[in-house]
Design a protein around this ligand. Structure first.
Ligand code: FE2
Length: 516
């Protein structure tokens, strides 16, 4: 039984293919079309995902009727004319949506789930929890913008929801837009900027935008069109990144508000479920700075590596599989996309490290999610003062965007004060203070934290071997890790992209060791 999950038409379109509970493929449209955050599917992606298989079911990550209803209610009559996600796919790729039944051509059975339901399912069905609270926070689904669920006895029950226009995701996107960045794309840049400012507008934002209510996310305004132009005065001279000095305080304030609100909503979830386990999903769950506080409430936390809308193609497919069979999908990690075949280039990488080179690795299956976790990564020795500048010379990005460390799991506590001792972070979802910032300035952000990725042998044997050998040679169990992408473009997908990166920046990109 083959299930094709689809998430598209908003931002970050993606597909997932599940066959008898095994995730055969999960990947992003942008990696094939080269349009960053592409909202539309493309044929190259679908071909790579299905590889001539015919789906038995096609499932969608949201209910298009309800979504349209919300848009029309908000006065967007144009929405009536636009095709739904399902109509678009039927027209664009009839080869997969139609099948021959007897002598007739029929549509492959389809199903639409609710937007927050697929977010929740993507988290729960890739977790190991038998019981947990689920918090979903994003910009907007059909009407829900925040929801709390309880996963118990194999059932996912909604316990609470917050409706549009109150929305923590819309608030953070509005702040992103307000400082001149792209909403729905650059929220992680705002999070990085926050460390350079002071939260001087936190109270003002809370008082102006949020209600005094039992629900911490209840708002007084609709931020779909952004903050009013004069909400906070932005004047002065712009710096080399194109930002006024006040922008950093706006970022710090928005971040402080979001951290508080996430915490309060997670507390509400605990009160409603009594659980000590948490699944956290939705685009807001990518805020790795805020996530660390949640360990004050929960013993165990699972955030799927792709908690935003792109991850919901997997959520929809996994939910359909669960509804049909009562079983969860087999979750083996985020390496689910296009495959660059060959042995993980441990030898070549070690040679590059010996020479003090910054180098790329493009090998194996592409990561499903926004972060490069070793298969499409730019790597280097993290020791010493000049590595950050050398990496920035290649990536040419704003100073407030930190590089992350990838470290052998067993050494993590020696180097980082994780939110909880012994915590692992295989998908780079929590920040932690480095104990030796002077030794590794390249991986330390302005607030003294690092976005840590831990790795063990099971999760990634090749990367684990590389780190282990590097550690044996140097005593250093980590590398700097950042995504392998040309500035402004999506992360490298295939061999051609890897070669283009190597040529563009004059940096080696290893795709495999020895023969394929
Ligand atoms: Fe969402």
């Amino acid at each position: 039984m083959i299930i094709l999950g689809i998430s598209s038409m908003f931002h970050d379109a993606s597909v997932t293919v599940i066959e008898d509970g095994k995730i055969l493929f999960a990947g992003h449209a942008e990696r094939y079309s080269k349009n960053k955050n592409d909202r539309f599917l493309n044929k190259a992606l679908i071909r790579d995902a299905l590889k001539n298989r015919v789906p038995d079911y096609i499932v969608y990550h949201e209910n298009s009727f309800l979504k349209k209803l919300r848009l029309i209610r908000a006065g967007n009559w144009q929405a009536l004319k636009e095709p739904t996600q399902q109509q678009w796919v039927n027209d664009f790729y009839p080869e997969i949506t139609h099948q021959i039944i007897g002598n007739e051509i029929g549509l492959v059975p389809t199903r639409q789930f609710l937007h927050h339901e697929t977010h929740a399912a993507a988290g729960v069905l890739t977790s190991t929890f038998d019981e947990c609270a689920v918090v979903v926070l994003d910009a907007i689904g059909e009407f829900d913008t925040a929801s709390i669920w309880h996963w118990r006895n194999g059932k996912l029950k909604k316990k609470h929801s917050t409706k549009f226009p109150s929305s923590l995701g819309l608030f953070y996107s509005a702040a992103t837009h307000y400082v001149g960045l792209k909403p729905n794309e650059d929220e992680y840049i705002l999070m990085g900027m926050a460390a350079y400012g002071k939260p001087t507008f936190k109270r003002y934002m809370e008082e102006e935008l949020f209600k005094q209510s039992k629900n911490p996310i209840d708002m007084t305004v609709n931020l779909q069109r952004g903050l009013t132009p004069n909400f906070i005065t932005r004047v002065g001279t712009k710096d080399e990144s194109g930002h006024y000095s006040v922008d950093y305080d706006i970022a710090a304030s928005a971040q402080a508000v979001v951290e508080d609100k996430i915490f309060q909503y997670a507390l509400k979830a605990q009160q409603l479920t009594g659980s000590k386990n948490l699944v956290f999903m939705g685009g807001v769950a990518l805020n790795c700075v805020a996530n660390r506080h949640l360990f004050k409430l929960y013993d165990n936390i699972h955030i799927m590596p792709n908690p935003g809308d792109a991850g919901s193609s997997l959520g929809a497919a996994a939910l359909q599989y669960y509804k049909l069979t009562g079983n969860r999908v087999e979750w083996q990690g985020p390496y689910l996309g296009y495959n660059i075949q060959g042995k993980y280039p441990v030898k070549k990488a070690l040679r590059s490290l010996e020479r003090g080179e910054i180098f790329g690795i493009a090998n194996g299956r592409a990561e499903f999610g926004p972060r490069a976790l070793g298969n499409r990564s730019l790597l280097a020795d993290p020791r010493g003062g000049d590595i950050k500048d050398r990496m920035n010379a290649i990536k040419k990005r704003q100073k407030f965007r930190p590089f992350a460390p990838v470290i052998l799991e067993e050494h993590c506590d020696e180097y980082f004060e994780m939110p909880v001792k012994g915590l692992t972070s295989p998908y780079m979802q929590f920040v932690a203070k480095c104990k030796y910032p002077e030794l590794f300035p390249a991986i330390i952000h302005a607030d003294g934290t690092s976005r840590v990725q831990t790795v063990n042998k099971e999760q990634h044997p090749g990367l684990y071997e590389l780190l282990t050998k590097f550690y044996k040679r140097t005593g250093c169990p980590m590398l700097v890790n950042t995504s392998l992408n040309i500035k402004g473009q999506p992360i490298v997908n295939d061999e051609k992209d890897a070669a283009a990166f190597a040529e563009y920046y004059g940096v080696k990109v290893h795709t495999h060791d020895g023969r394929r």
